[in-house]
Design a protein around this ligand. Structure first.
Ligand code: NAD
Length: 331
């Protein structure tokens, strides 16, 4: 298509459709790599033509609209997405942007984490008890899925210890480990039922069930990777240390989380996790780097759909379009 404006409109419409299929119906029809390519093309066009920018563009939005079958939950702090880097050069540019904004020249500490391929949830604990769980939804409003989340064995219903804040919002990823996914699909095949396309869709479809007895039978797991709104004293000065506190209260944190220095440390972490990707018991689609110091995070702030202080370093895609299109999906 030679008319760039027509191309931009076509990309927006196509990405809206893919978002609906992915976030609302849990049934994507294209691999993530294809979606990412189209999104990058759209972002490049919008950057080249600022006059065509539109706050309703898929490039400006997080996730998808919450499904009305679930109660609405307003997030007190928005649940955002993450920006991506795909190469060494882009990682270097990310570090440079961060250092320039902070007016620093020395490498910073980053908290490095696996990028779990599941779906984001917010858990609210009051007086140490789990009282609410919600999906990310469109970032400001999610779906209330408390009963379903209560069936996930690794999520504590009561926190350990007694030094937790009166109200604590924890954020993390619900995912389906590979072994559970394979066993579930094998059983579905044996019964002549439809199989899930990948563990991410299996996790999303399983968590967003109207009957929590179905969720309870699905092999779901959870790792937390951050906090949302917290009442009272700050939990710490660094993201890494906060994750250790969450762990102390019985909340599962990935054993792969590390504090590393600068771009070189991030790259070493990336290379190590990538080399072990196939041996990890769950699927990941990259790693995430977060500026560790909370005071620096606050200075860096956010752009419309993602924090400036973090980025996802995506791995090469594993799925092929042909494979996806040949699989029947189950929600
Ligand atoms: P994202 O995957 O780009 O990044 C943000 C999400 O990463 C968070 O919401 C959280 O759920 C997750 N995450 C995992 N580990 C994390 C960690 N350690 N710290 C923080 N967050 C962590 O998320 P997005 O905004 O939901 O989706 C965009 C991506 O989803 C696209 O790049 C594409 O790959 C995929 N997508 C695919 C289709 C499709 O049709 N195939 C459609 C829409 C989106």
């Amino acid at each position: 298509m030679s008319d760039p404006y027509a191309r931009l409109l076509a990309l927006r419409a196509q990405l809206e459709t893919y978002n609906e299929q992915y976030y609302v119906v849990d049934a994507p029809t294209v691999p993530d790599a294809e979606y990412d390519r189209l999104m990058r093309e759209l972002v490049a066009l919008e950057q080249a033509h600022p006059e065509w920018r539109d706050p309703d563009s898929p490039s400006q939005k997080v996730g998808g609209a919450p499904v009305s079958a679930f109660p609405e939950v307003r997030h007190l702090l928005p649940m955002l997405s993450l920006d991506n880097v795909f190469s060494d050069e882009e990682l270097m540019a990310f570090e440079k942007r961060v250092l320039d904004r902070l007016d620093r020249s020395e490498p910073l500490a980053f908290c490095c984490e696996p990028k779990l391929d599941g779906l984001a949830v917010s858990l609210v604990y009051e007086q140490g008890r789990l009282v609410q769980a919600a999906t990310r939804g469109d970032g400001s409003t999610g779906e209330g899925i408390t009963e379903n989340v209560r069936t996930i064995k690794s999520i504590p219903l009561r926190l350990k210890g007694d030094d937790w804040p009166a109200r604590l919002e924890v954020r993390g990823e619900v995912f389906m480990p590979k072994a559970g996914f394979d066993a579930m699909n094998e059983a579905a095949r044996a019964n002549g039922d439809k199989v899930f396309a990948n563990p991410r869709n299996a996790a999303a479809g399983s968590l967003r069930q109207l009957d929590s007895r179905i969720t309870a039978r699905r092999p779901l797991a959870f790792y937390c990777y951050g906090i949302g709104q917290v009442e009272g004293e700050p939990l710490g000065e660094c993201h890494f240390d906060i994750l250790q506190r969450l762990k102390g209260w019985g909340l599962p944190v990935s054993p792969e989380v590390r504090r590393m220095q600068g771009k070189a440390g991030c790259q070493a972490y990336h290379d190590d996790i990538l080399s072990r990707r196939d041996r990890l018991p769950y699927e990941i689609d990259g790693v995430v780097y977060k500026v560790d110091e909370l005071a620096l995070q606050a200075r860096l702030g956010f752009v419309v759909r993602a924090p400036r202080w973090a980025t996802a370093h995506k791995f090469p895609a594993q799925e092929e379009l042909t494979r996806l299109l040949n699989v029947e999906f189950q929600v």
